[in-house]
Design a protein around this ligand. Structure first.
Ligand code: NAD
Ligand code: TYD
Length: 339
C-alpha cells in the first residue's frame, strides 16, 4: 500500500509515518507538509533514510501542487493530518485555520476524486463536540453527539468533517473520519500542555496553568491513536465517523503535578484562563472497539513516564525548536529546493 500522509512533519503525523514504516515492510509513505512553525523535518530524520519514504514540501491548499503530487504518486490512501492545531493560536489568528483546515481538506478531497484515490481518511478531533460539564462524569461524546464547537480551531475542524461527509453523500467519495481525544508522546511540539510543562520544568521556567487547572482532558498515547487510524484506513466502513479515546480523564493540574513529581522539579503558576475554555472532553470509544477491535494499550502512568524520558533523551530535538534552529534543517537537507 502507498499512503499519502499530509502533515507528517508534525506530532501525530510523524508518529504515524514511523508506525506504518515499522509495521508494514512493503508499504510506502509519501509525506506532504508545508513545514509551518509546527512542522519539523528533524522529526522525520529516520524516515528520510528509508527508501520507502518520500517527502514533499508543499501546502495542501495549493491545488496545482497537490495535482502534481497525486498525478505522480497515485496513492492508495490519503490520511490528512495537516492542520493548524493550536487552540490558543486560533484565538489570536483564526484566518489561517479556516484556510488550511477547511480549504486544504477540500483541495485534498478534489484531488482524490480526480485521481480516483481508493481511500481518504480525515484526522479530526473530539473538540468538534464542544465540551461536557465537569459535574456530569456519566456523560461522554459518542459519534452522534451534536457538533457544538467553541474555538475557531474546533469550528474549522468541524467544518472540514462536514465537507468530508458531504463528499461521501454527494460524490460517493470513499471517506472515513476519526475524532480523537488529546494525544501525548514523542515529537509533540512544546507549545502544547504536556511538552510545554516538561521542557519548562527542565529549563527552570514556571509552569503556567490556565485558570484553576480544573479543566479535564482525556489523554491517549499517540501510538494508540496511530493504531486506531491504521485500523480505520484498512477496515473502517466508508462514510463513518469513529471516536478514539482511552477513558483516561485527568484535570490539567493532575497532569502537571504528575510531571513535576516525575522530574522532581517545576514551579506551578496559575495564569489567566483561555477565552471560551472547554471544560471537559471525554470519549466513548465503543464503536471502534466493537467494529474494529481497537483497544488502547498504553496506560497513562507508563505513557507519561515514557514521554518524560523521551524529552530527557531528545534534548536536541526540542532545544532546536526553542532556539528556532530546526527551521534550518530543511535548507541543510535540501538546499532550500522543494520537490
Ligand atoms: P501539529 O501542529 O503538530 O502538526 C501539523 C502539521 O501540519 C505540521 O507538520 C505542519 O507543518 C503541517 N501543516 C500545517 N498547515 C499545512 C498546510 N497548509 N499544508 C501542509 N502541511 C501543513 O498537529 P498534531 O497535533 O500532529 O495534529 C495532527 C492532526 O490531528 C490535526 O488535524 C489535529 O486537528 C488532529 N488532532 C490532534 C490532537 C492532539 O492532541 N494533538 C488530537 C486529536 C486530533
Ligand atoms: P492544549 O495542549 O493546548 O490542548 P487542547 O486545548 O487542544 O486541549 O491544552 C490542554 C489543556 O491544558 C487545555 O485545557 C488548556 C491547558 N493549558 C494550560 O493550562 N496551560 C498551558 O500553557 C497550555 C498550553 C494549556
Amino acid at each position: 500500500m502507498k499512503i499519502l500522509v499530509t502533515g507528517g512533519a508534525g506530532f501525530i503525523g510523524g508518529n504515524f509515518v514511523y508506525y506504518i514504516l515499522n509495521k508494514y515492510p512493503h508499504d510506502r509513505v509519501v509525506c506532504v507538509d508545508k513545514l509551518t512553525y509546527a512542522g519539523n523535518l528533524e522529526t522525520l530524520e529516520g524516515a528520510l533514510a528509508d527508501p520507502r519514504f518520500v517527502f514533499y514540501k508543499a501546502d495542501i491548499t495549493n491545488r496545482r501542487a497537490m495535482d502534481g503530487i497525486f498525478a505522480k504518486e497515485k496513492p492508495d490512501a490519503v490520511v490528512n493530518f495537516a492542520a493548524e492545531s493550536h487552540v490558543d493560536r486560533s484565538i489570536s489568528n483564526p484566518s489561517v485555520f479556516l484556510k488550511t483546515n477547511i480549504l486544504g481538506t477540500q483541495v485534498l478531497l478534489e484531488a482524490c476524486r480526480k485521481y480516483g484515490t481508493p481511500r481518504y481518511h480525515q484526522v479530526s478531533t473530539d473538540e468538534v463536540y464542544g465540551d461536557l460539564p465537569l459535574d456530569r462524569p456519566d456523560l461522554f461524546f459518542t459519534e452522534t453527539t451534536p457538533l457544538h464547537t467553541s474555538s475557531p480551531y474546533s469550528a474549522s475542524k468541524a467544518s472540514a468533517d462536514l465537507l468530508v461527509l458531504a463528499y461521501y453523500r454527494t460524490y460517493g467519495a470513499p471517506v472515513t473520519i476519526s475524532r480523537c481525544s488529546n494525544n501525548y508522546g514523542p515529537y509533540h511540539f512544546p507549545e502544547k500542555l504536556i511538552p510545554l510543562m516538561i521542557t519548562s520544568a527542565l529549563e527552570g521556567r514556571p509552569l503556567p496553568v490556565y485558570g484553576t487547572g480544573a479543566n479535564v482532558r482525556d489523554w491517549l498515547y499517540v501510538e494508540d491513536h496511530c493504531a486506531a487510524i491504521d485500523l480505520i484506513v484498512r477496515g473502517g466502513r466508508l462514510g463513518e465517523v469513529y471516536n478514539v479515546g482511552g477513558h483516561n480523564e485527568k484535570t490539567n493540574l493532575e497532569v502537571v503535578q504528575t510531571i513535576v513529581k516525575i522530574l522532581g522539579k517545576g514551579e506551578i503558576v496559575y495564569v489567566k484562563d483561555r477565552a471560551g475554555h472547554d471544560l471537559r472532553y471525554a470519549i466513548d470509544p465503543t464503536k471502534i472497539r466493537n467494529e474494529l477491535g481497537w483497544e488502547p494499550t498504553v496506560k497513562f502512568d507508563d505513557g507519561i513516564r515514557r514521554t518524560v524520558d523521551w524529552y530527557l533523551t531528545h534534548r536536541a530535538w526540542w532545544e532546536h525548536i526553542l532556539s528556532g534552529s530546526y527551521k534550518r534543517y530543511y535548507k541543510k537537507m535540501y538546499g532550500g529546493a522543494s520537490k
